[in-house]
Design a protein around this ligand. Sequence first.
Ligand SMILES: NC(=O)c1ccc[n+]([C@@H]2O[C@H](COP(=O)([O-])OP(=O)(O)OC[C@H]3O[C@@H](n4cnc5c(N)ncnc54)[C@H](OP(=O)(O)O)[C@@H]3O)[C@@H](O)[C@H]2O)c1
Ligand SMILES: *[C@@H]1O[C@H](CO)[C@@H](O)[C@H](O)[C@H]1NC(C)=O
Length: 299
Amino acid sequence: MFNQAFKFAAKPAIALIIVVSVQFIYNWTYQIDAKEYYQGKGVIITGASKGIGRELAIQAAQLGAKLVIAARTESKLQETALLCQKYTPHVYAVVADVSKEKDCKQIIDIAAHKLERIDIMILNAAFSYPPSWFTQIDQPGDAFLRVFSVNVLQSVFMVQYGLPYLNKSHGSIIAVSSSASQLGMPQVIPYGTSKHGLNGFFKGLRQEFYLTNTPVSITIIPLPYVHTETALKNWKPIGESHGISADVCAQKMLDAIPYRQSWTYIDWSTYIVGHIYSLFPDSIDFIIRKYLPIMSNIF
Ligand SMILES: NC(=O)c1ccc[n+]([C@@H]2O[C@H](COP(=O)([O-])OP(=O)(O)OC[C@H]3O[C@@H](n4cnc5c(N)ncnc54)[C@H](OP(=O)(O)O)[C@@H]3O)[C@@H](O)[C@H]2O)c1
Ligand SMILES: *[C@@H]1O[C@H](CO)[C@@H](O)[C@H](O)[C@H]1NC(C)=O
């Protein structure tokens, strides 16, 4: 029995150890200086009026990037722009709803015009409802449409209009995803499904880029729980007892982007889940059910 289990697990375990060691050695020996990398680069950040997006904008400005930032709430977006202007004069705020095609086109047009180049497109804007059981969602179709139009269609439109510029600059697309894209997460099903969809879009698109010699990298970043206002409001019982702060999150993302990896994990929990979910899906889902009972106390 034990022998059999060992035989079954040995090969994946060895493969995992090899993958992890190679990655570790590679990361350790190959270092890119972030300040040099971002200097003068044209960067678009959606959802920059608060949370992780705002932190990304401020830190990218500190690193010398030229920025176009977008979100719907003008006053909040201007606050972000002001914070960035401490470090660079090149910050352009575009009030836009990224679920709308014409708004996405406008973001790209302004970036192409003002920044003269688009090197990095960070698709960070997202919408989520407070946690709720699927059967308790009033109009599930409407909820899914709303979440999908922001979390998935945004990427479709931004790629549609941004790709010619990214192709020219050999640029990078950053898909801000979630651990909810990698496993079965209860109570956030519209959001989780949209992030699975986001990953699916970019996994397929990446293959097409290889097949058409399109020199644009796609990095999917499944984020863990991050202490933004929105997350803290949605997950009151968890509070700050788990997860990481938005500025640390942004810093790790900006550190990782220059390496143009297909996937970037910024903490151990998403890394582990990302690597072993497909080997042990039932065990991971079991752990999630067992250790997130706190979620069911919310309602
Ligand atoms: N925080 C976490 O625990 C966590 C975990 C995993 C993944 N993530 C991902 O990380 C990203 C940022 O999360 P966050 O916690 O920083 O979120 P947040 O604080 O709620 O910020 C979301 C941003 O997206 C913008 N946005 C929402 N709908 C938009 C629309 N239709 N058009 C344009 N902008 C829109 C918001 O601005 P306006 O409302 O002004 O438009 C805001 O700037 C998201 O992709 C999220 O899914 C977060
Ligand atoms: C990117 O540019 C290359 C070279 O000009 C071209 O062959 C390729 O088709 C372009 N890719 C896309 C998706 O436009």
